[in-house]
Design a protein around this ligand. Structure first.
Ligand code: SF4
Length: 403
């Protein structure tokens, strides 16, 4: 296909595709999906080899958010039954982080629900970053605390944060349809603040909220213009009790096309599969590793992911390798450009939600939920509410985390 040959050439040269080319990737048929994956996979391997970076979410503060992001199970008035708790103590957060690091993660993403941190919250998170860094040499820490006020990014940087995550989530033209309590411009401003403070910027999207192909291309081109070091791609987890609970719009093939488009537009940027991987890609998850070079290990903010052991087995079985703490994530030209994450930066959570905000939530499935479905296989486009499990272990509980 001429389109794919053109996109591979451009990806290897770090040249931006046209919007029409990006739209054409999303418009390819299911018959062509493996050709699309093979082409985008060449770009992925050129810049990132067969490495998979593992990131680990620690939900520092869960639920009770005053904002109204419609995809988020932590929004004001949510009836999702998620865990609700206030700030974890530094020792508790450090303990949760240690589990993820022991499982192979090299980055810890510290996330808190809310519109944005107070200065006291920033002090609190600074103490947590210090505790984690003291106990885990070489760990990358990303903060994801919502909208930042002036000076807060600098204070997080001074405290040892490597990266800051805040997702754009969707296109500017549809942003008002999913959230009314803050604006798209507010989000862009926070990503720019993180950048200006010398933090590695992480910003991504949520697919599956009813957006058009044009919206997806818009947000990915906007992300590329912000020049983040990492782009988390969330697939909406329609959690019961949220306004988007009925939005089951994704098939595994659609998810692969979206990831391929993001890879072509962001060839040398860390592309991370975030919330919704288990729910929407399902048994096609290992194929998606040919497109993304990064995933979250274990659970998400408010929902459960598949067992950490299953993540590791999937990576090995697909012929990939977990990126070590001593390996630099980004290609050399990006590291030296000052972005950061060459080795430690990126982040994770779009901001905070399940499928939501940035990345973290949703998720799903625990490896157990899928069991027992042998009798009647559901169609690929059927809602899979059976794969959505609210997180009941790890941070905020007495049970061991999944890592
Ligand atoms: S995405 Fe973040 S800001 Fe929006 S409701 Fe959820 S926790 Fe609050």
């Amino acid at each position: 296909m001429d389109l794919l040959n053109t996109l591979v050439d451009k990806g290897l040269r770090r040249e931006l595709p046209t919007r029409e080319e990006a739209l054409a990737v999303l418009a390819t048929s299911d018959d062509d999906v493996l050709d699309v994956v093979a082409a985008a996979g060449k770009v992925r391997r050129h810049w990132f080899g067969r490495r998979v970076k593992l990131n680990y979410l620690v939900n520092l503060k869960s639920g009770l958010c005053p904002e109204d992001c419609s995809y988020c199970s932590q929004r004001l008035g949510s009836s999702t039954g998620i865990l609700k708790y206030t700030w974890l103590k530094p020792e508790q957060a450090s303990q949760a982080a240690a589990a993820g690091l022991a499982g192979g993660a090299k980055r810890v993403c510290l996330v808190a629900s809310g519109r944005g941190p107070t200065d006291r919250d920033v002090d609190r998170v600074a103490g947590t970053i210090k505790a984690i860094k003291e106990q885990n040499e070489g760990v990358e820490v990303c903060a994801c605390l919502g909208l930042l006020s002036d000076g807060q990014a600098e204070r997080l940087r001074e405290a040892g944060a490597d990266a800051y995550n805040h997702n754009l989530n969707t296109s500017e033209s549809t942003y008002g349809d999913i959230t009314t309590t803050h604006t798209y411009a507010d989000r862009v401003d926070t990503v720019n603040k993180a950048h200006a403070a010398g933090l590695s910027a992480c910003s991504g999207l949520i697919a599956g909220m009813g957006e058009s192909d044009e919206d997806l291309v818009d947000v990915v081109f906007s992300l590329r213009a912000l020049d983040p070091d990492s782009v988390p791609v969330n697939f909406l987890i329609p959690v019961e009790g949220t306004p988007l609970a009925a939005e089951w719009n994704l098939t595994p093939q659609r998810c692969l096309r979206i990831l391929a488009m993001v890879r072509f537009v962001c060839p040398d940027i860390e592309v991370r599969i975030a919330g919704g991987r288990e729910v929407h890609l399902r048994s096609m998850q290992p194929v998606a590793l040919h497109l993304a070079n990064s995933i979250f290990l274990g659970d998400y903010l408010t929902t459960e992911g598949q067992a950490g052991k299953a993540d590791l087995e999937m990576i090995a079985d697909a012929g990939f390798e977990v990126e070590g703490a001593d390996q630099v994530t980004l290609p050399e030209h990006r590291v030296h450009a000052g972005g950061g994450c060459g080795s430690h930066a990126e982040a994770g959570c779009g901001s905070h939600e399940d499928a939501g905000c940035g990345s973290h939530e949703g998720g799903g499935v625990c490896g157990t939920a899928a069991a027992g479905a042998a009798a009647a296989a559901p169609a690929a486009n059927e809602p899979r509410t059976d794969l959505v499990a609210v997180r009941r272990r790890g941070a905020g509980t007495d049970l061991a985390p999944n890592a």
